[in-house]
Design a protein around this ligand. Sequence first.
Ligand code: FPP
Length: 252
Amino acid sequence: MSIKIPFLSKQSKETDSLSADNIPDHVAIIMDGNGRWAQKRGLPRFAGHKEGVSTVNKIVKTAVGANVKVLTLYAFSTENWKRPKQEVDYILKLPKEFLHVYLPSLMENNVRIETIGDFHALPNNTQEAVNYAKEKTKNNDGLILNFALNYGSRYEILKAVKQIAMDLKEENLDIDHLDEDTFSKHLYTDGVSDPDLLIRTGGEYRLSNFMLWQMAYTEFWFTDKLWPEFTEETFCEALLAYQQRKRRYGGI
Ligand code: FPP
């Protein structure tokens, strides 16, 4: 059965061919290319990040329409602190601005806000805005919109290892019971299924320390489009490519 995504301005060949019964449950996106998008237009880099926020809104709506269950967006990595302070400050204000404008529509669309990453290192007003949105949306049972904020996968894995070492030392955990499921429970993503599909925009082909454990069997899809020019149709193109893959998980 093909799927109709309600608010798309036009159905494209991609949306017409999409099947409703093989939509990835969890889509993760590395939103790359904001800076280049701005530079190409002679604008300061922050203008690209600003435009990137509009893309986030479009893609969230498309994900809701396509019945994606979890959308994880890599908004700020533990390595992004290396950027000039002005740019870091700007990016870290974006969650608050996004929620200020779009929270009502997220509520209407039954979206629940979650985050992964070291939340406590973020500026207080970012934490407050996100916590408010988490509380407000906590009973929504539609799309989980999961922002990776100050997220680094190696840090996340090390944190899990330290916690497990402590549990073993304090005899709260028996080493014979330490398996992949137990390990996963110590990650930020506890309770969320692993991504089925990773999309990276901006023509780069790397993971950049994003969900290394969780992506062991994720399907990857890359596009040269810069994040601000990524559209609903491009998202559907990625979903369609996913539907054409055969996932074997090491089997035959
Ligand atoms: C990478 O592009 C982008 C980022 C590090 C920031 C991503 C943030 C957004 C898209 C906005 C987030 C929105 C919300 C609502 C939290 P880049 O700057 O590295 O691009 P470049 O490779 O062209 O320089």
